[in-house]
Design a protein around this ligand. Structure first.
Ligand code: NAD
Ligand code: MG
Length: 298
């Protein structure tokens, strides 16, 4: 490995070679088709045993932030189950291969997060495959922009809330009886929770809901020794964005309005999830860790 996540680097120049390009994909989009390729840390993430023996379930673990997190978790010593849509099998099997190379036990469990039965089965299958569960990452998400609220169909509103909010509720509820003290739950929220875009009203609303869910549940589960936190990404290069997450003209400037002046890569998110998953963050609860290139947050 020439560079890893500990290599001293100027964050302005890091990933300057990965410039966003206009391209349209059909939702949910594939990492395999993303041009240029995102960095999931395949070549760079170096584990140091921070999650040895842990058992993690990550939704949306086939691509983007979830895949980078899965790679980091496996290299830190965890076994990993990933959830994704059946049409994402190509991405999921590539990631599963990387996790197995790291020595992890891996479960790939495709299905639709909008379906409560799938969410419950997902937890049961992950528990069976890994022999338990002590890390849950609710990361799968849907983002479709609309210029006007009148263009947000009831179906889109429903799908966005089902995928981003209801699935988090269904999965967390099903997971709780399995989580021993010391377990951690990490929810992927967004800068959109604080600074909603005019064209992402439904999506942004789900993300502020996730923040409230995280902070409320963190207090409820603290006495049981289960910590709940969130990670709030800024503009990150993943298939979510070119598959109607943003208009094409915004894709070309994606991330340029951050203080760092560039978009982020999924590999830059993974260490935040590792920190919150690992016992080193034992006194961190109900926190939202912003990884957004420097945009101010409350
Ligand atoms: P991504 O497309 O790589 O990951 C999202 C995943 O969600 C997909 O891979 C898919 O497996 C899953 N998913 C979507 N709908 C589903 C459904 N109905 N059933 C099952 N799985 C479904 O994109 P990403 O950007 O890595 O997204 C991960 C999380 O990060 C999402 O919650 C997203 O809202 C959040 N986020 C992303 C950005 C960004 O700029 N990319 C910024 C802030 C927050
Ligand atoms: Mg995907």
């Amino acid at each position: 490995m020439s560079r890893d996540q500990y290599t001293f680097t100027n964050p302005v120049e890091l990933y300057a070679d990965i410039q966003p390009q206009k391209q349209h994909m059909r939702e949910p989009g594939l990492d395999a088709d993303l041009t240029p390729k995102a960095d999931l840390g395949e070549e760079s993430y170096r584990g140091t045993g921070r999650l040895t023996g842990r058992k993690a379930l990550i939704t949306g673990g086939d691509s983007g932030i979830g895949a980078a997190t899965a790679i980091a978790f496996a290299r830190e010593g965890a076994d990993v189950a990933i959830s994704y849509l059946p049409e994402e099998e190509e991405d999921a099997s590539r990631i599963a291969g990387i996790l197995r190379e790291a020595g992890a036990t891996v479960a790939t469990i495709p299905g639709d997060l909008r379906d409560p039965e799938y969410c419950r089965t997902l937890v049961a299958e992950a528990v069976a495959a890994l022999g338990g569960l002590d890390i849950l990452v609710n990361n799968g998400g849907k983002q479709v922009f609309q210029e006007s609220l009148t263009d947000v169909t009831d179906e889109q509103f429903d799908d966005t809330f089902k995928t981003n909010v209801y699935a988090m509720f269904w999965i967390t509820k099903a997971a709780l009886p399995h989580l021993p003290a010391g377990s951690t739950i990490i929810n992927t929220t967004s800068i959109q929770a604080y600074s909603p875009s005019d064209i992402l009203v439904d999506y942004a609303s789900t993300k502020s809901t996730i923040n409230a869910f995280t902070k409320g549940l963190a207090q409820q589960l603290a006495p049981k020794g289960i910590r709940v936190n969130a990670v709030a990404p800024g503009p990150i290069w993943t298939p979510l964005q070119p598959s109607d997450g943003q208009p094409q003209e915004k894709i070309a400037q994606f991330g340029q309005d951050t203080p760092l002046g560039r978009m982020g890569q999924p590999a830059e998110l993974a260490p935040a999830y590792v920190f919150l998953a690992s016992p080193e963050s034992s006194y961190v609860l109900g926190e939202t860790l912003n990884v957004n290139g420097g945009m101010p947050t409350p």
